[in-house]
Design a protein around this ligand. Structure first.
Ligand code: PLP
Length: 384
């Protein structure tokens, strides 16, 4: 009987109550209203979630909006998938990915104990906010840079300490700056420019917290900072890479970080037991065994990048000096929102970041030569 009354009340309540408000019946006489949001942590309620670039379902789109590689992964990756024995999936994967650690250690000339691998580098960033930031600590990052960093601070409910770089997107650091962890995209995104290595190195040496140099795009650059993570006496600098861009494996989810053993151990302590699934380990290994193939694609993308930059400059665009697989460029009249919308109407997707420093620019992923020609042929790319 009581059960029936409860169901009656609940179904009536569902008809009349606003979304998110529910009625809990405790007895036939006493009942109370609850909002469903009261079950959700306050910082999660208040959170503005990270917005990944659009993955359009439309056919025939030229997709230059999420810095994916236009070329397929290595044939060794395809072979590894083809030869994979499905029966192996009965078993859990190696929780500490020993073979992969060894391979990455070999690539960078360091001990495997200095390598941690994550389910995409985004997972590594999230783990860093848990391992290196106390509840009263803070997360630092440049503005503009990768817009996930402030969201990770909000998820942890800790203070954000953004540092505005110069208007020309070059290095600027606040004096006596402090934070528990500083995330530095280098080369930077969405600006595409690389920071002066001397400044990065001096900052790491002087900073009183953990610095993570996010080298998601570094294979497209002329220099890198891996040596800072490996130098003798370093106790605070991590360098992170991903297979999502240069290795054409964004769909796989594979990032790794190199640095002092103690910091790396802290990440192992808090990770999910099996954060790298068996397929990711097998396929990631195949990709990391074919560095020449990756380098070949990088050279092709760099060449297309050069041609795209020249074409845009000739049309009066301001083009940042790119060290990445994308270009950050301002149309002649600065009306990037208009160009973005017109391109989208023509099924060419690029990325637009509204805001004071970035609102006059578009971030355009370097695609194939054919995609680049199609982009440049758009009337909106010739006006302004
Ligand atoms: C600067 C930066 N860091 C990290 C990532 C995330 O990489 P992953 O695919 O390895 O999670 C991205 C992705 O676009 C990025 O731009």
């Amino acid at each position: 009987m009581l059960q029936n009354v409860i169901l009656f009340f609940k179904s009536k309540a569902a008809q009349v109550l606003p979304k998110g408000l529910s009625l809990t019946v405790r007895t036939q006489k006493h009942y109370k209203f609850v909002t469903l949001s009261m079950y959700i942590c306050k910082n999660v309620q208040a959170l503005t979630a990270y917005t990944p670039g659009e993955q359009p379902k439309l056919q025939g789109v030229i997709k230059l909006n999420t810095n994916e590689n236009p070329y397929p992964p290595s044939p060794k990756v395809a072979a590894a998938l083809r030869d994979f024995d499905c029966a192996r999936l009965r078993l859990y994967p190696d929780p500490n990915f020993a073979v992969l650690r060894q391979r990455i250690a070999e690539l960078h000339g360091c001990a495997p104990a200095r390598v941690f691998i994550g389910n995409g580098s985004d997972e590594i960033l999230a783990l860093c906010t848990r391992a290196f930031v106390e509840n009263d600590g803070s997360v630092g990052y440049f503005v503009p840079s990768y817009s996930l960093y402030p969201v990770l601070a909000d998820i942890r409910g800790v203070e954000k300490r953004p540092v505005l770089i110069n208007n020309d997107f070059t290095w600027r650091m606040t004096e006596n700056y402090q934070a528990s962890v500083f995330f530095m995209t280098n080369p930077n995104a969405p600006t595409s420019m690389i920071f002066d290595k001397g400044k990065v190195s001096a900052f790491c040496g002087a900073f009183n917290g953990v610095v993570l140099i996010d080298e998601a795009y570094v294979d497209f650059a002329d220099s890198d900072c891996m040596d800072l993570a490996l130098r003798v006496g370093n106790s605070n600098t991590l360098v992170m890479r991903t297979l999502s861009k240069s290795f054409s494996l964004a769909g796989l989810r594979f990032g790794y970080v190199v640095g002092p053993e103690e910091l790396i151990n802290a990440l192992y302590k808090i990770k999910d037991s099996y954060n790298m699934d068996m397929l990711a380990q097998v396929v990631g290994m195949a990709a990391l065994e074919d560095i020449p193939y990756m380098r070949g694609n990088v050279r092709r993308i760099q060449a297309t990048r050069g041609r795209l930059a020249v074409a845009l400059v000739q049309r009066g665009w301001r083009v940042c000096a790119s060290q990445t697989n994308f270009i950050f460029a301002r149309p002649p009249d600065g009306d990037a929102a208009r160009v973005f919308a017109a391109l989208k109407d023509s099924k060419i997707y690029v990325r637009y970041f509204p805001g004071e420093m970035t609102g006059e620019y578009l971030r355009i992923t370097v695609g194939t030569d054919e995609q680049t020609e199609a982009l440049l042929a758009q009337p909106v790319m010739n006006q302004g």
